[in-house]
Design a protein around this ligand. Structure first.
Ligand SMILES: Nc1nc2c(ncn2[C@@H]2O[C@H](COP(=O)(O)OP(=O)(O)OP(=O)(O)O)[C@@H](O)[C@H]2O)c(=O)[nH]1
Ligand SMILES: [Mg+2]
Length: 321
C-alpha cells in the first residue's frame, strides 16, 4: 500500500537551563557564582533520500521530538548542545505547515531543510556577574524548541505517466515496458494505487483509471493525478476497439481540466491499445480520428513486440525534445 498522506507533529529539543550555583570547596564556603550555561536543543531537519519510497513509517509514528540540550552545572560546566535530528523523506514529498500554510518541497537528497529550530540554552549565573552584582542568584531557563503541525504529502516523481479509462491496458503496458509486476485484470479499477517502473533511465507511472465525473469523486476520484503532475510526458491509452474513441479521449481530458488544466499542456502520445482484438477498419478509423486532431498517435498490442519497440522509441524521442 502506498502511504502518501500523513499528519506529523514535530518539536525541536528544548534548550538546557543555565545553572545558578556558587563555588563551594574545602577552601571556600562562600565562593562566587559558578553556574554554567545550558546547551542548545537539537534542530529537526527534513532531507530527501533515494532509499525511502513512501511515508509508511509515519502511519504509526505521528510525532518527531528533538533532543533536549543538557542543563548547565556548577563548576562552570556548560551543558552539551543536543544532536540534531534528521528525518528522511522520499523525493517529491510536499510538507505543509498547517498553522502558517507555508510549504516546503523535498526535491533533492543533499539539502537538509530546517523545519524546527532547537531552543537556546539558558545562561548560567556566572554570566550575570557584574561590578554591582557579584553574586547573582538567578540563571536563565532554556527556551523551548519550536513545534509545528505538519501535513506530508507525497507526489511520486515520474517522467512518464500512463493514463486512460479503466481497463484500457495501462498496467499491462507497464508490465511489458518495464520489470514492474502490476496487478492486471479484465475489469475496471484493477489498479488502486499508482505503480512505478523503470523504462531505460526513466520512471514510468501507471495510475488508476479515470472515469467521467472522477474529479467530482466518481470511481477512485482524481487525487492520484497529483502523481503525474510532474511528469514530462503522458501516454494516453485508448482501447482501439472503442467505437467512440474521441469521446473516451475527451472524457479523460475533461477530468484533467477540472483537476489542473496544466496537465493538458504536457507532451502526449495517444496510444490505441489491444490492436490484436479489434478489426482493422475500426483501428484505421480511430488512427485517422486522432491524426485529424493533430495528435501523435501510435498503435500497440502487448502481444506485438514490434509495436512495443515503436512505442519505446517514440517515448525516448519525446523525452529528448
Ligand atoms: N488482447 C489484449 N488484451 C489486453 C492488451 N492489453 C491489456 N489487455 C487486457 O485488458 C485487460 C485490462 O488490462 P489492465 O492492464 O489491467 O488495464 P488498466 O488500464 O490498467 O485498468 P485499470 O487498472 O482498471 O484502470 C486485461 O484483461 C488485460 O489482459 C492487449 O494488448 N491485447
Ligand atoms: Mg491498471
Amino acid at each position: 500500500m502506498l502511504v502518501d498522506n500523513v499528519n506529523l507533529y514535530i518539536k525541536a529539543g528544548n534548550g538546557g537551563n543555565g545553572a545558578a550555583t556558587f563555588l563551594r570547596n574545602g577552601q571556600t564556603s562562600r565562593g562566587g557564582p559558578d553556574g554554567g550555561n545550558g546547551g542548545n536543543g537539537g534542530n529537526i531537519y527534513f532531507q530527501g533520500s533515494a532509499n525511502v519510497n513512501d511515508l509508511r513509517v509515519f502511519r504509526f509514528k505521528k510525532k518527531v521530538i528533538g533532543v533536549d540540550g543538557i542543563a548547565g552545572k556548577n563548576k562552570k560546566l556548560f551543558g552539551k548542545n543536543a544532536e540534531h535530528t534528521t528525518v528522511f523523506l522520499p523525493l517529491g514529498t510536499r510538507i505543509t505547515d498547517l498553522d502558517s500554510g507555508k510549504v516546503f518541497e523535498i526535491t533533492d537528497t543533499v539539502t537538509p531543510i530546517l523545519l524546527a529550530k532547537g531552543g537556546v540554552g539558558g545562561r548560567g549565573n556566572t554570566e550575570f556577574k557584574s561590578a554591582t552584582n557579584q553574586a547573582p542568584q538567578y540563571a536563565e531557563e532554556g527556551t523551548p524548541g519550536r513545534e509545528r503541525n505538519l501535513f506530508l504529502e507525497l507526489k511520486l516523481i515520474a517522467d512518464i505517466g500512463l493514463i486512460g479509462l479503466p481497463n484500457a491496458g495501462k498496467s499491462s503496458l507497464l508490465a511489458v515496458l518495464t520489470h514492474a509486476h502490476p496487478k492486471i485484470g479484465n475489469y475496471p479499477f484493477t489498479t488502486l494505487e499508482p505503480n512505478i517502473g523503470m523504462l531505460n533511465k526513466h520512471t514510468i507511472a501507471d495510475i488508476p483509471g479515470l472515469i467521467e465525473g472522477a474529479s467530482a469523486g466518481k470511481g477512485l476520484g482524481v487525487s492520484f493525478l497529483k502523481h503525474i503532475e510532474k511528469t514530462k510526458m503522458l501516454i494516453h491509452c485508448v482501447d482501439s476497439t472503442d467505437v467512440d474513441a474521441k469521446k473516451t479521449y475527451e472524457t479523460v481530458r475533461q477530468e484533467f481540466k477540472e483537476y489542473n488544466a496544466l496537465l493538458l499542456e504536457k507532451p502526449e502520445i495517444v496510444l490505441l491499445t489491444k490492436t490484436d482484438l479489434g478489426d482493422k477498419k475500426l483501428l484505421d478509423k480511430n488512427v485517422k480520428l486522432f491524426k485529424k486532431m493533430e495528435k501523435t498517435v501510435l498503435t500497440c498490442s502487448i502481444y506485438d513486440q514490434d509495436s512495443i519497440d515503436e512505442l519505446k522509441k517514440a517515448v525516448e524521442k519525446s523525452l529528448e525534445s
